[in-house]
Design a protein around this ligand. Structure first.
Ligand SMILES: Cc1cc2nc3c(=O)[nH]c(=O)nc-3n(C[C@H](O)[C@H](O)[C@H](O)COP(=O)(O)O)c2cc1C
Length: 248
């Protein structure tokens, strides 16, 4: 494919080419779940709810925006479960339930479809074992995906040797479940999923300031290795974007 052809992805020309009457939503196919399903007996960890946040500082929005920058050097210090709970809520949390299947979150999303899932690569969080976890926004819980000892090495290898990621106490790894967006927008789904990811990561940058932390976005990763690390199939769900967080 030529560069010129590939630029098509960034345009909204696709909207004029889609028969919106033929999308799965228009055809009456049931809406996909708002979050990736899990079994009721899957091991889960309760996160700290908003009214239990006592150590999150108030940061002036102007300063947070003005001082925002990427951080790749972190102090050797753990994040607390409270801090992780706060960061998860600010990036994907539910701010209002407006119906059985309508959840408004702390970030915008095209058509409120929210096709992004959040995984954590936990290397140093108080009270959490090293491992891969998945955020459940509706329950505000963490699902234990897998515990892994050599995770630091694995994630560095899966990000082409970006060593700071292996030293970060926690790395957010966002996947896309494209069908959640395709159900409504068909071929117009993919660009807006990428746009949605930007909002999520920007909230992480700004929220990190409230815990004395710093963030660095990461889009350079080995697709198959990251998907394997998370245990996702790479087709109906795949890695889209990452960001490491630590104390600065
Ligand atoms: C989409 C995107 C992908 C990025 N990927 C990486 C990356 O893989 N590794 C890295 O060290 N920084 C990455 N960055 C951080 C940029 O290098 C950084 O934002 C840029 O140099 C500007 O610096 P600032 O964020 O401090 O303003 C990425 C940033 C964005 C927005």
């Amino acid at each position: 494919m030529s560069l010129k052809e590939y630029r098509f992805f960034l345009k909204d020309k696709i909207r004029q080419m889609i028969d919106f009457g033929a999308t799965d939503q228009s055809r009456g196919i049931p809406m996909p779940p708002v979050e990736k399903p899990f079994a009721s007996d899957d091991p889960r960890i309760d996160l700290v709810a908003k009214d239990g946040w006592h150590n999150i500082s108030s940061v002036d929005l102007l300063s947070a925006i003005q001082d925002r920058k990427s951080h790749r050097h972190f102090r050797v210090a753990p994040l607390t479960l409270e801090e992780v709970s706060f960061l998860l809520w600010t990036t994907q949390g539910v701010r209002e339930r407006a119906g059985e299947y309508t959840f408004f979150r702390t970030v915008p999303s095209a058509g409120c479809r929210h096709a992004i899932e959040t995984y954590l690569c936990v290397l140093n969080v108080t009270g959490l074992e090293t491992g891969i976890y998945r955020y459940l926004p509706v329950e505000h819980q963490l699902l234990i995906v897998r515990k892994k000892d050599d995770l630091s090495e694995k994630i560095v290898a899966a990000t082409f040797g970006q060593s700071f990621i292996g030293k970060a106490p926690v790395t957010f790894i966002w996947t896309a479940i494209p069908y959640r967006m395709e159900w409504r927008y068909h071929m117009a789904a993919h660009k807006v999923i990428a746009l949605d990811a930007g909002h999520v990561c920007q909230n992480l940058y700004l929220a990190s300031a409230a815990i004395g932390g710093g963030t660095c976005a990461v889009a350079a990763y080995h697709q198959e290795s990251m998907d394997e690390l998370l245990g996702v199939d790479g087709d109906d769900e795949f890695t889209l974007y990452l960001a490491s967080v630590g104390k600065i």
